[in-house]
Design a protein around this ligand. Structure first.
Ligand SMILES: NC(=O)c1ccc[n+]([C@@H]2O[C@H](COP(=O)([O-])OP(=O)(O)OC[C@H]3O[C@@H](n4cnc5c(N)ncnc54)[C@H](O)[C@@H]3O)[C@@H](O)[C@H]2O)c1
Ligand SMILES: [Zn+2]
Length: 394
């Protein structure tokens, strides 16, 4: 009689394949002046002899600041008619966190993509801040199971952090980024002329992410930020563009070479300072923007790093001083908001962070300037003392 496999195991066949991703991140100026080939080159990168159909979605905040933008895009498409064809006029999208909070945003975008007959060989091109890019990126990732998507980030934060990455999301059931996908873009075009019209508050916000990535990965970049804090606080060029390029490069390196681009594990080093930041955005009902909340989250976790014995005393003051020189306020009364038991609401950010990632709680702290370290528990008492420290610095 033939041996039969164990009844309990059954028949297992391993399916296995790999998919490689690459996408250009282009730094340019005046991307829609007819002589600029950045967009044409990324459209034609894999299919040089085709006329590419493009649906353009534009953040209304950007349109208000650059009223001639739609006209410029139409003229650009006309000047390059051999390579690109607009699928109707560019479409305005309400900007800011509201577009991620509004439950109608995604159904409306999907309906638009359907009405304009976007197919899997067409491109959606989103121009805007991180919020519009997140919403447009998500709709593009799920429509027809994913259409080609090009991002034009228009804020400092989107150009040096969110826009160059592989994620998108919208907020749902009151939870930040509850629904989204990992979907690498076709290309990213960082046009620094958009930053000229960006309000100062938004320019500053993006610098928090540069401090974050410098602190966990690159001491030299951190020291550069300290040396140029005065120029950066005035948003002077070329310092701002250097900050954006270096910060974007560090994010790209972490995503491309960090070994976990789609965050299957529990660690998320690029989210240093973010467990508190995400909660603060929610507690303040977005009264603090993402970057402002991240600055507070960085200061909080840096102080915690000292109190928990990971980081040398004094480095917390050093980091807080840099953030303050860049113009951040490291306090919000929302840090004092407590539940009925007297527990600070911000602490709920820890369990929400773990729930979002799954697996073991993994928080990045600092072991030195430029050196992140992972821990798997946070002492609530030390968090409370870190909050007291922030309040005392006011
Ligand atoms: N996907 C990711 O990996 C990732 C990473 C970090 C942050 N994010 C998300 O990014 C969002 C924050 O993005 P943000 O900081 O870019 O802000 P934002 O998108 O909220 O934009 C802020 C405001 O600036 C306006 N605006 C944008 N560009 C402008 C310009 N050039 N001129 C004038 N006004 C302009 C917008 O209309 C909006 O009112 C958050 O939702 C955050 O969760 C996503
Ligand atoms: Zn962030």
């Amino acid at each position: 009689m033939l041996d039969t496999p164990s009844q309990a195991v059954g028949d297992v066949r391993l399916q296995s394949f790999r998919v490689a991703y690459d996408y250009p991140v282009v730094f340019t100026l005046e991307a829609f002046s007819p002589g600029n080939r950045s967009l044409i080159d990324v459209l034609a990168r894999r299919e040089p002899h085709k006329r590419h159909r493009c649906l353009v979605l534009v953040d209304q905040g950007v349109l208000a600041a650059v009223p001639g933008l739609c006209h410029d895009i139409e003229s650009y498409a006309a000047a390059h008619a051999g390579h690109m064809e607009l699928i109707g006029a560019p479409v305005p999208i309400a900007g800011g966190e509201a577009c991620k909070n509004e439950p109608d945003t995604i159904p409306r975008l999907l309906e638009l993509l359907s009405r304009r007959a976007v197919d899997r060989h067409s491109y959606t091109i989103a121009i805007g801040g991180g919020a519009v890019l997140d919403a447009a990126g998500y709709a593009s990732a799920i429509f027809h199971r994913g259409v080609r998507h090009i991002r034009f980030p228009t804020t400092v934060l989107a150009q040096n952090d969110s826009g160059v990455g592989v994620k998108n999301a919208v907020n749902y059931l009151g939870v930040k980024n509850l629904v989204g996908t990992f979907a690498p873009p076709w290309a990213v075009i960082n046009d620094s002329s958009f930053l000229e019209v960006l309000p100062p508050r938004e320019k500053r916000a993006g610098m928090a992410e540069a401090v974050k990535v410098a602190l966990i990965r690159d001491r030299r970049f951190y020291e550069w930020l300290e040396r140029h804090a005065h120029d950066l606080a005035r948003f002077s060029y070329p310092h701002m563009s250097d900050l954006i390029r270096d910060c974007a490069a560090l994010h790209m390196r972490q995503i491309g070479q960090g070994g976990d681009p789609f965050e299957a594990g529990s660690a998320r080093p690029l989210d240093f300072g973010h467990w508190a930041a995400h909660k603060l955005e929610q507690i303040t009902r977005n009264g603090l923007n993402h970057g402002e909340a991240v600055a507070i989250g960085i200061a909080l976790d840096t102080r915690y790093s000292v109190l928990s014995g990971h980081l040398a005393p004094g480095q917390d003051d050093r980091v807080a001083a840099l953030l303050e020189r860049l113009g951040f306020t490291l306090w919000h009364d929302g840090l004092r908001q407590c539940d009925a038991q007297g527990r600070p609401d911000v602490l709920k950010g820890l369990s929400e962070f773990q729930e979002h990632l799954g697996g073991e709680l993994t928080i990045t702290l600092l072991a030195g300037i430029g050196e992140g370290v992972e821990v798997h528990e946070m002492n609530e008492d030390l968090v409370a003392r870190s909050i007291d420290w922030l309040e005392a610095r006011r």
